[in-house]
Write a protein that binds this ligand. Structure first.
Ligand code: PDD
Length: 298
């Protein structure tokens, strides 16, 4: 038996109005999340006790919900107040807020009834570990076919193709897979991808083929402010080999350089100057924006 202190150290959560923890909270096996992957989620990060870009994550949560025809029965402000309460119970400098909403519990049937009560989980847990040395050296990746559905802009809990790609990358001895659809780069298994190519920052356009990453949005804004030429467009697979720099962006990774793709060395084989400058701008932006006011949605 784990002590209560150990359990609390692993995170706290709110599930449909009840407080609990990640180890012991339960949902029904007839939850449509368990049966069909019928749900959506969000991951936001907490810096110095303050959630970063929380309003943007909640806005995307509502967009994902609308995309799967799920009406969220609580307001954005309610997410803020629950997150605040959980953060008080789980004081930590670095943590992540995990939100998951499934369509609810019903006997297994594809056709859902209109009156289901969604299962809502809001949790605060320790940050996922990213080996610090990787950021210094940069990581390696392989390319794999993107086997996901046609609405990758919705953050659904159906992550099997992402999990398979991540496992195949691990078996190949690399950090991640860059997914390719119709010879075009889409994204990493849980990150967006940027190229620095001929003095231009290039990233796949935010359409239905990728998640519109919150970190991606911040990096684009910071790059434009710093005078980078920035283009959001289709990126051909071959361009990954022509780029001087490639890097991933996500809530957990921030900016992560990719220095090897398949057998090809990217640029000099070390993290590049554009990535370095944008990471440092990103960290400044985080410091400026992790004030208590960021929890407010208005
Ligand atoms: N993943 N693309 C995919 C497929 C993702 O799952 C994620 C985030 C991103 C980056 O989005 P953002 O910058 O908003 O974190 C892009 C989260 C962190 C996860 O699955 O844990």
């Amino acid at each position: 038996m784990e002590s209560e202190a150990t359990q609390t150290a692993k995170g706290v959560l709110w599930i449909n109005g009840e407080l609990g923890d990640f180890q012991t909270a339960q949902v029904s096996l007839e939850d449509r999340g368990f049966q069909f992957g019928d749900g959506i989620y969000e991951v936001a990060r907490v810096y110095q006790g303050v959630p970063f870009m929380f309003a943007e994550h909640i806005a995307r949560l509502f967009r994902s919900a609308a995309g799967i025809e799920l009406a969220i029965p609580i307001s954005g402000d309610k997410f803020s107040s629950i997150a605040r309460e959980l953060l008080n119970r789980f004081p930590s400098n670095g943590a992540e807020i995990y939100i998951q909403i499934t369509r609810g519990i019903a006997p297994r049937n594809l056709l859902w009834a209109e009156d289901l009560q969604p299962t809502i989980i809001i949790g605060v847990r320790p940050l996922r570990f990213v080996p610090p040395a990787l950021r210094e050296t940069g990581c390696s990746a392989i390319t794999l076919p993107d086997e996901r559905w046609a609405r990758c802009d919705l953050k659904t809990i159906c992550l099997l193709p992402n999990a398979l790609a991540k496992k195949r990358a691990a078996r190949a001895g690399v950090f991640d897979a860059l997914m390719i659809r119709d010879n075009l780069l889409t994204e990493g298994t849980a990150s967006n991808v940027f190229l620095f190519l001929n003095q231009t920052l290039v990233t796949p356009a935010a359409d239905n083929r990728i998640l519109h990453g919150v970190t991606r949005g911040v990096v684009l804004k910071l790059a434009r402010e710093r005078g980078y030429r920035v283009v959001e467009r289709e990126v051909k697979r071959e361009e990954l080999y022509e780029a001087q720099e490639v890097f991933l962006t996500s809530t957990s990774l921030e900016l992560m350089p990719v220095v090897k793709i398949n057998e090809h060395t990217v640029g000099t084989g070390a993290p590049g100057d554009a990535q370095r400058e944008l990471l440092s701008a990103f960290r400044c932006f985080v410091r400026e924006h992790t004030t208590q006011r960021d929890l407010e949605l208005s």
